[in-house]
Write a protein that binds this ligand. Structure first.
Ligand SMILES: Cc1cc2nc3c(=O)[nH]c(=O)nc-3n(C[C@H](O)[C@H](O)[C@H](O)COP(=O)(O)OP(=O)(O)OC[C@H]3O[C@@H](n4cnc5c(N)ncnc54)[C@H](O)[C@@H]3O)c2cc1C
Length: 400
């Protein structure tokens, strides 16, 4: 599948990774990880730290799938409000999901700081704006619900929002636990670190075209006809999971993004991340060189051609919506791109084992918060592998 088009900023900002290998022989390992996006890279990190011998294979150049297109806003709130998720999966699991997302941001922060990964990670507050009166009603409910369950949140009424942020909307919720990162760079550095320190092998342009389950593990066939023999497989192929998993667990959408030229004045207070109660929502963040990244206008994915044809028009709409929010900020679009993302029925990822796929751990972090799900998936898979499951995998199980 053509996962993205246009020019994702992250791929050109620091240049492409050029030191890649292509698998050109049969190989044996303990764990083979499919996909070198943020999910595969984090799984490799946790498994290498646990002492497992791993290899990562990717059919593209390393980490240039959806991760390279991501705006990489890390928020603990998922696309489904906690009070609504609670109706769908029960309060205990819903609160646990939100708490795990919250924890995943500090886990990521710790990894980045411990390994000294220079990937533009910054803690940033996040503001979710009410789109209308109905939005305010939902935000108030959400505020009460999260307060009750001791999750960080503040409610801003119209007057406070205008005074503190200069934004003219009915209300908002504010959290100071979010972060933003360059996800492509994070992947590159994480994989490089473990190549040097843990003997991790990473193979680009190596597509898995066949999977055979054996009593003692798994055999994978690559597009060049080489065999990978492993005890376990971590399946983290992003939105191209249909080859590995027959069950349909997600719906694909297209989303559109641009990054502006650097803005030569102060942006809004705290240059916090912004999103909305509207569906689809506008999402806004900044870069370390004072550019503004704005995305949105999501719609159901039909095919790459129809998605790409709409890019120009979608940019105009996104720019117009931004202008309405911040009339005093003039943005000039520098680069723009679009990408695919997946959505599940409850906004939660699918993580862990599947009865029809022995020796396989799935890490399918679908949703607007895919990256926090990648952290959760990687930890769960490490725990399953070392035989100390936390029980968290039950929340994200297939057939839930
Ligand atoms: C425009 C956009 C904005 C987004 N914004 C955010 C955001 O703000 N916050 C957030 O948390 N998430 C966001 N997301 C979602 C997030 O980017 C994804 O959840 C995340 O990047 C998925 O990572 P991944 O490693 O699972 O998939 P990928 O990065 O796609 O990696 C999977 C890899 O598997 C490889 N692969 C697939 N099949 C095979 C095969 N058969 N053999 C070998 N290799 C294979 C692919 O080549 C690919 O490189 C956004 C997504 C998009 C597109």
């Amino acid at each position: 599948m053509d996962l993205k088009s246009g020019l994702p900023w992250w791929l050109i900002k620091d240049g492409l990774m050029t030191n890649f290998n292509i698998l050109q022989k049969n190989i044996e390992t303990e764990i083979v990880i499919i996909g070198s996006g943020i999910t595969g890279a984090l799984a490799a990190h946790f498994l290498c730290e646990a002492g497992a011998k791993c290899i990562v294979v990717d059919k593209r150049m390393s980490s240039t799938g959806s991760t390279a297109a991501s705006t990489a806003q890390l928020q603990y709130e998922i696309d489904v409000f906690l009070h609504e998720l609670s109706d769908q999966i029960g309060t205990e699991n819903a609160v646990k999901s939100y708490s795990l997302c919250l924890k995943s941001i500090s886990t990521l922060k710790q990894i980045i700081s411990k390994l000294k990964l220079d990937c533009s990670f910054e803690m940033k507050p996040s503001l979710q704006l009410a789109a209308n009166k109905q939005g305010t009603k939902k935000l108030k409910l959400e505020y009460e619900f999260r307060k009750k369950h001791k999750l960080p949140i503040e409610f801003l009424d119209k007057k406070t929002l205008k005074k503190q942020f200069g934004i003219d909307r009915d209300s908002a919720i504010y959290t100071d636990t979010s972060a933003q990162v360059d996800a492509y760079m994070l992947c590159r550095l994480l994989l490089d670190h473990h190549k040097k320190k843990s003997g991790l092998e990473v193979y680009s342009y190596t597509e898995i075209v066949n999977v055979n389950h054996k009593k003692d593990g798994i055999r994978l066939l690559t597009d060049r006809g080489h065999e990978i023999k492993a005890k376990k497989m971590v399946c983290s192929p992003g939105y191209e999971s249909e080859f590995f998993l027959k069950e349909k667990v997600m719906k694909l959408n297209s989303t559109y993004v641009f990054i502006s030229k650097p803005v030569l004045k102060n942006l809004w207070p705290e240059s916090c991340m912004i999103w909305e109660t509207a569906r689809p929502y506008l999402y806004i963040r900044t870069s370390t060189d004072n550019r503004v990244i704005v995305g949105g206008e999501d719609e159901a994915f039909l095919n790459p051609e129809s998605r790409d044809r709409k890019m120009g028009q979608k940019n105009k709409t996104i720019l117009r919506k931004f202008k309405k929010l911040f009339p005093e900020i003039d943005l000039e679009i520098d680069f723009h791109w679009c990408g695919v993302f997946g959505e599940t029925k409850d906004g939660l990822p699918y993580i862990g084992v599947h009865p029809e796929h022995p020796n396989t751990y799935f890490a399918l972090g679908y949703g607007g918060n895919g990256i926090t799900f990648s952290v959760i998936a990687a930890e769960i898979i490490r725990d399953l592998y070392v035989g100390k499951p936390s029980g968290n995998e039950k929340i994200f199980a297939f057939g839930r």
